[in-house]
Design a protein around this ligand. Structure first.
Ligand code: SAH
Length: 352
């Protein structure tokens, strides 16, 4: 089987080019063609016929196939269901803001974390995604925008908050980040990429050493050990206080900050007492808090809090002078919101 072109970093490609004695500009030309211009046709014009034939013969340029597109009727969110070569499926979401988009990428088919509030966890882990399958989600979503919403193909932020635990698939995620960042290609700013984790410490260590400029988001969800362990089983192995101590030991870049995500679940972790404990835990740190009212999904065991208790929770955090944002629930009518991704159950949409 041919290797996917979209698994290669710029450095990998430059090595292939030099090993085969092609003109050294070929690597930049190809990265520019596929990642900056985001072309889907073979690149012939600016490279020698010999080089073009070589790449066509040895590399696979196909991308994950778009199986189904779900467009929100409420906002401009779009959810893509991708079909991978082995038949597995993953989801990707475009989240709109002012005619621009953030893209929420999946890093695994399913997830091994088994968080009690998350629809993806119910699938279990099927397998890791390859770099090309991660990069492919981005390129396909961009191309879909270019053909379906021309002029709107502006994806400004990349967040690894789709299916999977990105730090469990570190190598592929890191290589995908290197491809996004390459100035010869998509040239995404390092501060525009965020990796979200449930708190997998071995992966955090690699993140801080190998892709330190990329932003980090930690799914915190409760400052109380028993409650966090109920929500995120990995808390038993890597307890929150160890995760926070580790994160704090990492020198952050000038514009860099850590986002703490906090799902608000009615009657479980949304009391004023929870807010005070969270505030005490994070006060004085270079932190942002994203409050995410729990999104329901078929069979979910938790409930969404009312707007008042969400506002009240935020007010308490404001008093600790921690910047806090209440995250909207874009795309929830097509199960595209946080925690609603589950590529094995699309029945709800087919019924609509
Ligand atoms: N495994 C990583 C990446 C998945 S991120 C992580 O745990 O961070 C998915 C984000 O959506 C996380 O902040 C997660 O906590 C949040 N989320 C999951 N299920 C949710 C639900 N039902 N309602 C709201 N947010 C949810």
């Amino acid at each position: 089987m041919k290797q996917s072109f979209y698994d290669l970093t710029y450095a990998d490609l430059a090595t292939v080019v030099s090993e085969h004695n092609f003109n050294s500009a070929v690597a930049a030309t190809l990265f520019n063609w596929y990642y900056k211009k985001k072309q889907s046709t073979p690149c012939h014009s600016k490279i020698s016929r010999h080089a073009a034939a070589f790449f066509e013969q040895h590399y696979d340029f196909s991308l994950p196939e778009i199986d189904t597109v779900y467009e929100s009727k409420k906002d401009r969110a779009v959810k893509f269901l991708f079909k991978l070569k082995d038949g597995h499926k993953v989801e990707t979401v475009l989240i709109p803001f002012n005619n621009k988009y953030s893209i929420c990428l999946s890093s695994q088919v399913g997830c091994a974390m088994n968080c009690s509030f998350c629809y993806t966890g119910e699938q279990g882990l099927k397998r890791n995604l390859a770099t090309s399958e991660i990069v492919g989600q981005f390129l396909q979503a961009w191309r879909w925008l270019a053909s379906n919403r021309p002029g709107e193909e502006r994806i400004l932020n990349i967040v690894f908050m789709g299916q999977g635990e990105p730090l469990h698939n570190f190598d592929a995620v890191k290589t995908a980040c290197e491809i996004f960042l390459s100035q010869h290609g998509a040239s995404v700013g390092v501060q525009k990429i965020t990796i979200s984790t449930a708190g997998y410490i071995p992966g955090l260590k690699r993140w801080s050493q190998e892709i330190p400029g990329v932003n980090l988001a930690l799914s915190l969800h409760s400052p109380v050990t028993e409650k966090r362990s109920e929500l995120i089983p990995i808390n038993q192995k890597y307890p929150l206080h160890e995760v926070l101590t580790y994160i704090e030991s990492i020198p952050l870049g000038k514009k860099q900050f850590v986002t703490y995500e906090y799902i608000l679940i009615a009657g479980f972790n949304d009391s004023p007492e929870d807010a005070k404990q969270l505030g005490t835990m994070l006060a004085g740190k270079r932190a942002y808090i994203n409050l995410i009212p729990f999104n329901t999904f078929p069979g979910s065991r938790y409930a969404t809090p009312d707007r008042d208790s969400v506002e009240k929770f935020k007010e308490i955090l404001d008093a600790f002078k921690i910047p806090t944002l209440i995250r909207g629930t874009k795309g929830d009518d097509v199960l595209a919101a946080c925690g609603q991704l589950n590529s094995t159950n699309q029945t709800i949409f087919q019924a609509q």
